[in-house]
Design a protein around this ligand. Structure first.
Ligand SMILES: C[S@@+](CC[C@H](N)C(=O)[O-])C[C@H]1O[C@@H](n2cnc3c(N)ncnc32)[C@H](O)[C@@H]1O
Length: 281
């Protein structure tokens, strides 16, 4: 056997071990990572194998099945929670100029912030809507697969050292006030005004397995589907299509797109660069 073939068979064995682990995790814990993009999944599992002092993916499966704490650690590895307030400021600028006028026409607004992570994106939206005089009549449903990040989000407490970056983002995103109006600097961090959370419902929801739970004028799901493989992305697009009201807006992340999905013809582009789409059919 040539080394190349031997390498290939190792990779194949590992690939089967990964399939088995994902199946086992799904059955034991209900977390479904079976349709996540493979290359990044493999890297994260290999990293977890090393951090646990194990030698193989099947060793990791064994530990996961008997140790829920290990599952929690893996969950944090697999649900990449990187986020920021007013992340991609030009997106928020476009949201203000192109989506807000549409929202003004509704007496009551429901927004789904899917894959909200620790809440920075959701609070950014709350601030923007507050400044536009729309927050009072809005309810934001902020969901994530990961309970730990949702708990953190509900605290509205963010690192103080991030405030300079977030202030710059806020202003670049069309913010019109002093960003520091929205938080109090304390020893533990920047505590955001609790009233910003008044109209936010944080709840666990798994985009891979859970169903639609309401109808929305806006669904914002940024930097989440990038981790999914194409069939799962298409299923989530189906879920979003079902969950959007006609003329509702879908907002995706910079590296995500509606192009090549089965629903592309049912939306019109509101802003191609900022990935804002409007359901028209
Ligand atoms: C990179 S963060 C994006 C946060 C925020 N939307 C942003 O753009 O800054 C991705 C989030 O998606 C969540 N996520 C991953 N898989 C998910 C799933 N199947 N259902 C719901 N949320 C999921 C992760 O837990 C993580 O918090």
């Amino acid at each position: 056997m040539t080394p190349a073939t031997a390498g290939g068979s190792d990779a194949e064995r590992e690939s089967i071990e990964i399939d088995l682990l994902l199946e086992a995790v799904y059955r034991r814990y209900g977390f479904d990572f079976r349709e996540y993009a493979r290359a990044s999944l493999r890297r994260r599992l290999q990293r977890r194998v090393a951090l646990e002092g194990l030698r193989s993916v099947s060793g990791l499966q064994e530990r996961l099945l008997h140790d829920p704490a290990c599952m929690e650690r893996l969950l944090l590895d697999l649900s990449i929670n990187v986020t920021a307030m007013f992340r991609d400021p030009t997106f928020f600028r476009a949201f203000r100029s192109k989506v807000v006028p549409l929202l003004r026409t509704y007496p009551f607004i429901r927004i789904w912030s899917a894959g909200c992570s620790t809440g920075e994106e959701t609070y950014s939206l709350a601030i923007l809507l507050h400044e536009e005089g729309l927050y009072e009549r809005t309810r934001i449903y902020a969901t994530d697969i990961n309970e730990a990040v949702l708990h953190q989000a509900s605290q509205a407490l963010f690192p103080l050292e991030k405030m300079q970056e977030y202030t710059e983002n806020y202003l670049a995103g069309g913010g019109t006030r002093a960003f520091s109006e929205y938080y109090t600097a304390a020893y533990e961090g920047a505590q955001f005004d609790r009233s910003l959370a008044d109209n936010i419902v944080f709840a666990r929801h798994n985009l891979a397995t859970d169903r639609s739970f309401n109808e929305f004028q806006v669904i914002i799901c940024r930097n989440v589907m990038i981790y999914f493989d194409t069939p799962l992305q298409n299923r989530v697009h189906e879920l979003f299509y079902e969950s959007l009201l006609r003329l509702g807006v879908l907002a995706l992340g910079p590296k995500e797109s509606l192009a090549f999905t089965p629903h592309v013809d049912e939306y019109e582009v509101l802003d191609l660069h900022e990935k804002l789409y409007r359901k028209v059919k």
